[in-house]
Design a protein around this ligand. Structure first.
Ligand code: BV8
Length: 244
């Protein structure tokens, strides 16, 4: 359980995993906190392919409501700090940086981050199950609009549901193999394969740091855990990394 600062100079390539906690202070509901999304809806009713077959209207309304909500929210200090790290890290160290997010909001991008990988998809995309094209989508899907490309009324949220394969896993594992530091921010460590990345990072020799409001299910796998709101502890960590 070494002190991260002691090894900062050896850190060049960073992989950052973010979860709902990084968007909490922007007013976007998390999943498992009190009053969170899964208290209002059962996962199996709204976030599985079976749910979409069983009750497409319920699923489409669930995602329409969240797609509309995120467009009224703003990035917070944690998103801003990560965007600054994304901008300045390779100029400072010549190293790589990748933000792998489980979140389907666009707050990392709106804060200015560019190297963002949405492993669970994006609210602001619609996926046509007829022609497979993904289109940027800010409106609703409940009224079953036609696909912009093929016209079929076959659009679904471009979100990875339970039982579906997360996106771009090859790129994520390539980045983990190359990482000197893996940082997990604002996630409960409840959902795989994302919750297992810290173990991959450990096995591959990276240092591991958790920044979270409370200890997550995977805290014991991390070299270091810092507790506090992301809007406070993420800017502090980014300052350490850039000013150190
Ligand atoms: C897969 C998109 C393999 C949807 C999400 C049986 C059948 C099938 C699969 C499984 C199965 N059993 C287990 C599995 C695997 C399953 C899984 O892990 N299930 C769990 C429940 C046990 N995983 C999957 O199905 C994945 N796919 O395994 O595919 C495969 C192999 C071959 C072929 C096909 C498939 C797909 C999982 C993706 C599901 N989609 N999201 C949507 O958004 O609606 S998951 C959803 O929950 C999120 O995206 C996120 O990934 C996940 C965890 O949520 P968090 O982001 O961590 O949020 P949470 O609320 O839980 O925690 C918030 C944290 O923030 C807390 O710790 C809190 O303390 C902290 N916090 C709060 N405020 C702050 C804060 N921290 C800092 N500052 C604050 N202010």
């Amino acid at each position: 359980m070494g002190d991260m600062t002691a090894r900062r100079n050896e850190i060049r390539n960073i992989v950052i995993l973010t979860g709902a906690g990084v968007s909490a202070e922007s007013g976007i509901d998390t999943f498992r906190d009190g009053g969170g999304l899964w208290e209002q809806h059962r996962v199996e009713d709204v976030a599985t392919p079976e749910a979409f077959v069983r009750d497409p209207e319920l699923v489409l309304r669930f995602y329409d409501m969240r797609r509309e909500a995120i467009q009224t929210k703003q990035p917070n200090a944690a998103h801003d700090a990560l965007a600054r790290l994304d901008r300045e890290w390779d100029a400072k160290t010549g190293g790589e940086l990748l933000i792998v997010t489980q979140n389907v909001d666009d707050l990392h991008e709106r804060a200015g981050a560019q190297r963002v990988l949405h492993m669970h998809g994006e609210h602001l995309n619609a996926w046509c199950t007829a022609c497979d094209i993904r289109s940027r989508w800010t409106g609703t899907l409940i009224d079953r609009p036609g696909c912009p490309q093929c016209g079929e009324k076959a659009l679904r949220p471009d979100v990875v549901w339970f039982g579906e394969m997360p996106y771009r896993m090859d790129e994520i594992f390539a980045a983990l193999r190359n990482a000197d530091l893996f940082v997990s921010i604002g996630t409960s460590g409840a959902v795989y394969p994302a919750a297992g990345f810290v173990q991959n990072a450990n096995d591959l020799g990276a240092r591991t740091l958790e920044l979270n409001l409370e200890r997550s299910q995977g805290s014991h796998w991390f070299d270091e855990t810092r507790l506090g709101p992301a809007g406070t502890i993420v800017p502090q960590w980014v300052d350490e990394m850039l000013e150190g």
